[in-house]
Design a protein around this ligand. Sequence first.
Ligand SMILES: NC(=O)c1ccc[n+]([C@@H]2O[C@H](COP(=O)([O-])OP(=O)(O)OC[C@H]3O[C@@H](n4cnc5c(N)ncnc54)[C@H](OP(=O)(O)O)[C@@H]3O)[C@@H](O)[C@H]2O)c1
Length: 343
Amino acid sequence: MKTFNVAVVGATGAVGEEMLRVLEEVNFPVAKLVPLASARSVGKEVEFKGEPVKVQELTEEVFEQEDIEIALFSAGGRVSAHFAPFAAEAGAVVIDNTSHFRMDPEVPLVVPEVNPQDIAAWRNKGIIANPNCSTIQMVQALKPLDDAFGVKRVDVATYQATSGAGKSAMEEMVMQMKDFFAFKLDESPHEVFPHQIALNVIPQIDRFMENGYTKEEMKMVNETKKIMHKEIEVAATCVRVPVLRGHSEAVTIWFEGPVDAAKARRVLEEGKNLVVVDDPENLAYPMPIMVVDRDETFVGRIRQDLYRDNVLHIWVVADNLRVGAATNAVRIAQKWVELEYDQ
Ligand SMILES: NC(=O)c1ccc[n+]([C@@H]2O[C@H](COP(=O)([O-])OP(=O)(O)OC[C@H]3O[C@@H](n4cnc5c(N)ncnc54)[C@H](OP(=O)(O)O)[C@@H]3O)[C@@H](O)[C@H]2O)c1
């Protein structure tokens, strides 16, 4: 069986660490693992398959030097913009977690449960983009519903965990909680978020655009259309909540015709990597605490609109670091291997 030299760019970060765990768990055919990060991390080690592996500095040459075949990038948009072309030039397929290449018409934007066929376009630039974490879990739930009933419009409000903004964001929230219990929350600094996040919710993720929506909201709008190959109308309100891990979404879906909630539930139960938890009598519904370390997207609170027979409301929760980033990237890599080597 063919094995691959795999680089993880951003290996010391929240997503990068999860990449290493997922590669290990799915027993990805790794010949050599090369963890890369900034000069700050040189000398550090990460663990892979029980062995310590030295972190190397990301450079323009490292992909060629290490003969990298698959490069998983999650070190920020600017890092990908500069270094991903060097990895591709060295012959690697780049799977990029940042937003930098997502809307490039030559770069496929892939959620393997939804549009695996788009991976074939990887040769255009040698790059495949991984969508935004909030988009991934939403389109996973939308896809089977769209196939069955035809989706026209989606209104979504997100409840996004602090880990979505990286390790320092999680630390900022934990520090503020500690300061709260030490009665000094009003002195606690906020550097990652625009306001205090502990005991608060912030209706702003990423910067504001000219149209009044945030960049995060516009990612959900534009990426959904690109992945689903359909002009679905999307209106998003993205909100940061004081949760460490696991994004939640209240999703209102407008269909082309009448849709019955019971039928939709059956369709969702059959959906790839979806788990339906929807038992109000027993107070069972998805919550962030139950999705940590899980690779499925959880759906519940499936109910009919009170006024319109073509509208449903659902609640979608997933681990943003796995489903929303690392697991999706590794699943793309697995599909790419199938496409290139297993035919
Ligand atoms: N968190 C999520 O849920 C999520 C989901 C989807 C996509 N993403 C995207 O993934 C990327 C990383 O997110 P994260 O949450 O893992 O952030 P993070 O915890 O802050 O980690 C950032 C990683 O990037 C590395 N890095 C930063 N600047 C670098 C540079 N100039 N050269 C080389 N490496 C550099 C860091 O290395 P050092 O330790 O050496 O600084 C670290 O390994 C972001 O673009 C983010 O938008 C995140």
